[in-house]
Design a binder for this molecule. Structure first.
Ligand SMILES: *Cc1c(COP(=O)(O)O)cnc(C)c1O
Length: 452
């Protein structure tokens, strides 16, 4: 049993292959469908916006996929990330449980999103692409992709949800430092943006609208591709590096995880974090608990419908089989911007349907309380997204205190909250409200699901 606080791996121990959980899922995924024909998508359909290497990864069921040397070289800037024993938090909670967190906040982009941004920029560069277009909500994905594009000499256009563009100007600065062109969405530069503005000139935008704009931009030219920061299978594949390192670190510490926790927006950080623990759960359901935590204001996994839906608002993307709140769902102004997407990763949705992953939803006030306790114990201010995982880890640790059980709880700290201080200010001033989703709003939104 280790006495260490930080469980570290050397640069040589950065994994050499990503792990593809599709190889070990009890049930296969339903194929994405073409938005017009509603027939299963062919690889050629995706070639307008993605390079072939990523299209192949998207459909692959091969268990291990080599990480290119060029990608591993850049991973060395911040990987392996530390696994940290939260001893001071354990003490504050007076729990017999052991709490570990994987700190993806040490990435120079501030979150896990760089893990896939680097890989996506690499494969696009290799395919001869000149520019990537993407959307960003709170700005973390845009920051990560801007940095990755800079590393590989690609141009980058980021459609940033307008409300965040104005609320988080420093996120924009960061993207511009890394050379990106940042456009507030909805914008006048695309048909999708213009049609939203024609109906509502004051639209503050949404992730769904920004995706429509970025996809339209990418389709319009051969030298431009699109990049998505979450949801898709290849994104979860790249994020498996988080779980692989965590597993190796737990082994090094002589520990075995009993409870694995992550926050869930589009599902990429949790999907990658829990992937290497899935086969254990499949083989022995009582051996481990995998918990995905989402906001009550955008309760995709806990209250959404498992159905085919578009990934964007305009209906330009393929139809994806996932838990969805409906593509026109407008999440209220919660501060975990990265958790406001109407859908979720098909891999996670299938694992939820198969009872491998347990979803749970938390209120905003609860996650900020947890974040403050964590910050005051461990000295790290978590991103509001990551604070959902913190809150769940605390609940599980308190349950261990009640039951006098010494379980090992491991959660993913997906990012730091240094750009979310305005939200923390609001919380400290008692101005953070909860937004549980009313049933009639959900029903209305689900009534607009496409017919398949
Ligand atoms: C984007 C983001 C999330 C949510 O996205 P997932 O795809 O669900 O991981 C969570 N945490 C942080 C810090 C983020 O930036």
């Amino acid at each position: 049993m280790t006495r260490e606080v930080k469980i570290l791996l050397s640069e040589e121990e950065i994994p050499r292959a990503w792990y593809n959980v599709q190889a070990d899922m009890p049930n296969p995924l339903k194929p994405p469908l073409h938005p017009a024909t509603k027939q299963p998508l062919s690889p050629e359909d995706l070639q307008a916006i993605f390079p072939m290497d990523l299209i192949k990864q998207e459909a692959s069921t091969t268990r291990w996929i080599d990480i290119p040397d060029e990608v591993r070289e850049i991973y060395r800037l911040y990987r392996p990330t530390p696994l940290v024993r939260a001893r001071r938090l354990e003490k504050a909670l007076q729990t017999p449980a052991k709490i570990y967190f994987k700190n993806e906040g040490v990435s120079p982009a501030g979150s896990h999103k760089l893990n896939t941004a680097i890989a996506q920029a690499y494969y696009n560069k290799k395919a001869g692409v000149k520019r990537l277009a993407t959307e960003t909500g709170a700005g973390q994905w845009g920051t990560a992709l801007s940095m990755a594009c800079q590393f590989f000499g690609l141009e980058c256009t980021v459609y940033m949800v307008k409300v965040s563009y104005h609320q988080k100007p420093y996120r924009r600065s960061l993207m511009e430092i890394f050379g990106a062109n940042v456009i507030p969405s909805p914008s006048n530069t695309t048909n999708a943006g213009r049609s939203v503005l024609a109906q509502d000139p004051d639209s503050q935008g949404s992730l769904g609208i920004a995706i429509s704009e970025a996809v339209e931009d990418a389709v319009s030219s051969d030298s431009v591709n699109y990049a998505l920061g979450s949801v898709l299978n290849h994104v979860l594949l790249h994020q498996s590096i988080i779980g692989l390192e965590t597993k190796a670190q737990l082994e090094k510490a002589g520990e075995k995880a009993d409870i694995v926790i992550g926050c869930c927006g589009g599902g990429s950080n949790f999907g990658g974090f829990c992937a290497p623990f899935v086969s254990e759960k499949v083989n022995d359901p009582s051996s481990i608990k995998l918990i995905a935590v989402e906001p009550t204001a955008c309760p995709t996994l806990t209250r959404g419908k498992l159905a085919y839906d578009f990934g964007d608002t305009a209906g330009l993307t393929p139809l994806i089989y996932m838990h969805t709140l409906g593509r026109n769902f407008m999440p209220p102004g919660i501060h975990a911007g990265g958790l406001r997407y109407h859908g979720d990763a098909p891999i996670l949705c299938q694992l939820v349907a198969d009872n491998i992953i347990d979803p749970i939803a938390y209120n905003q006030t609860k996650i900020f309380e947890a974040a403050i306790l964590f910050a005051r114990s461990e000295g790290i201010v978590p991103a509001p997204e990551s604070a959902h995982a913190v809150a769940c880890a605390i609940d599980e640790a308190l349950a261990c205190r009640e039951a006098d059980q010494q379980k090992t709880i491991v959660f993913n700290l997906s990012g730091h909250g240094h750009f979310d201080l305005a939200a923390y200010d609001k919380f400290l001033a008692g101005k953070i409200k909860d937004y549980p989703l009313p049933e009639d709003v959900l029903e209305k939104s689900l009534a607009e699901l496409p017919e398949i």
